[in-house]
Design a protein around this ligand. Structure first.
Ligand code: SF4
Length: 425
């Protein structure tokens, strides 16, 4: 084990973005080339070392990636040097959120550094078995707003349609850790989908359907096509959104066939769960390019996580990198208080400091909405630094991003006879 790790580090420093150069893929016909991904060199070295029997076509096949997910401690410890705490946490986690990491994503983990941001996001530690005050299994109260199983109808004009409990990777801070990865606890089936579709069809106020889960992009093309077609046949459904982490953890899933199918269901939007700029490899770039070229507007959803992305510099790198990937930074979430999340949750004060470090200091498109999804089902509430600081007569007093105060001559409402007389004079 030690030798393997030493060799890995000698070959290439883990997760250095500077080393992510394309490598030549196998010789292939121009037609086939369209479906082949570039592979970053760090990942390719990893593949040859830990999966010597996997050919490049195997590796680039998303089904192969799913079949070979890392789900057990004995697989993971061949790839990274586990700490005692990580090993213990995985062993204790039989009822908790399972372990699952695609071989591709595993290639980006730092073998020797348990504090590496993306390693922390997928490898369990014992803190996740601690239940702290204010934490709950279903902090957003989603189960209370289920119109039919798997369909959450909280706002009049839109629904959250949970279509699967499966993800290729399980994020240790997942809001839906109560249901993802647990066979049987929250069963999902075509029959259940049909009930949800019937409900949407019978409810004309619903104009927006968000598919989530679990990760909808882990479904087969055929199933997803069927689902999208059913929704598209409902006249009052104006837009469909897909919430997914797949482009970041399983970019090989974004095949030409998938995007060709998705294109048939416009207007279709995609919210991509992004955690850290380390995720933004050549493979991810290619996946996002395919989605964006198919005319799918891409927005990001990022959870603010302690020691992972909770500083201005990392967040700035992340949002700039997202824009280069043609993803609009959309939401920055305060971490939901699921059970065992205390070690991930950072203060709101820190979140506002990061927000202030972006707003005005970089392109407006790069600044996400910083929100708390209110525990108990209150919906997303924006968190904003105070910019309107008062009034002086008709002038409104405003604070800019540098802390300087400016006046704006506010237009007063004409509401009383006294106002009208005053204006006539
Ligand atoms: S991909 Fe989304 S649904 Fe799946 S574990 Fe991560 S946060 Fe949860």
């Amino acid at each position: 084990m030690k030798t393997i790790m030493q060799n890995t580090e000698e070959a290439e420093p883990p997760n250095s973005r500077l080393t992510l150069k394309p490598i030549a893929t196998r010789k292939t016909s121009p037609l086939h080339l369209a479906s082949v991904f570039p592979t970053n060199s760090q990942t390719d070295i990893f593949r040859k070392r830990f999966y010597p029997d996997a050919s490049m076509p195997d590796w680039q096949d998303w089904h192969w990636q799913l079949r070979n997910r890392i789900t057990e401690v004995k697989q993971l410890e061949k790839i990274i040097r586990l700490t005692d705490d990580e090993r213990k946490a995985i062993g204790e986690g039989t009822d908790a959120l399972p372990l699952s990491i695609t071989p591709y994503y595993a290639s980006l983990l730092a073998p020797e550094d348990p504090s590496q941001p993306i390693r922390r996001s997928v490898v369990p530690v014992s803190d996740e078995h601690i239940h702290s005050p204010g934490e709950a299994e279903d902090p957003l109260g989603e189960d209370n707003d289920c119109a039919v199983p798997g369909l959450i109808h909280r706002y009049p004009d839109r629904v959250l349609f949970l279509v699967t409990n499966f993800c290729s990777n399980y994020c240790r801070y997942c809001t839906r850790s109560r249901l993802v990865g647990h066979e049987g606890k929250y069963p999902f089936s075509i029959e259940q989908w049909k009930k949800a579709i019937n409900y949407i069809e019978a409810t004309p106020s619903i104009r927006d359907v968000l598919l989530s889960g679990g990760d909808p992009l882990t479904l087969s093309d055929d199933k997803l096509d069927w689902l999208l077609s059913q929704l598209r046949h409902i006249p009052h459904v104006e837009m469909i959104r897909i919430g997914t982490k797949v482009p970041m953890v399983l970019p090989q899933r974004i095949t030409p066939a998938l995007v060709k199918m998705l294109k048939r269901h416009h207007p279709l939007w995609m919210s991509i769960h992004c955690t850290h700029p380390i995720e933004h490899t050549l493979e991810v770039k290619k996946a996002c390019e395919r989605l964006a070229n198919a005319g799918i507007p891409l927005g990001s959803q990022t959870v603010l996580l302690k020691g992972i992305n909770d500083n201005i510099e990392t967040m700035k790198q992340l949002v700039h990198s997202l824009l280069r990937l043609r993803i609009k930074p959309y939401y920055l979430y305060q971490c939901d208080p699921i059970i065992g999340s205390a070690h991930f949750r950072t203060t709101v004060e820190k979140g506002l400091e990061i927000y202030q470090g972006l707003r005005g200091h970089t392109t407006g498109y790069a600044v996400p909405n910083y929100v708390i999804d209110a525990p108990g089902g209150g919906g997303k509430i924006p968190l904003l630094p105070q910019t309107v600081i008062g009034r002086d007569g008709n002038d409104i007093l405003l604070r800019n991003y540098q802390g300087n105060i400016y006046r704006y001559p506010d237009q007063r409402e004409i509401s009383t006879d006294a106002d009208i007389i005053h204006l006539r004079q």
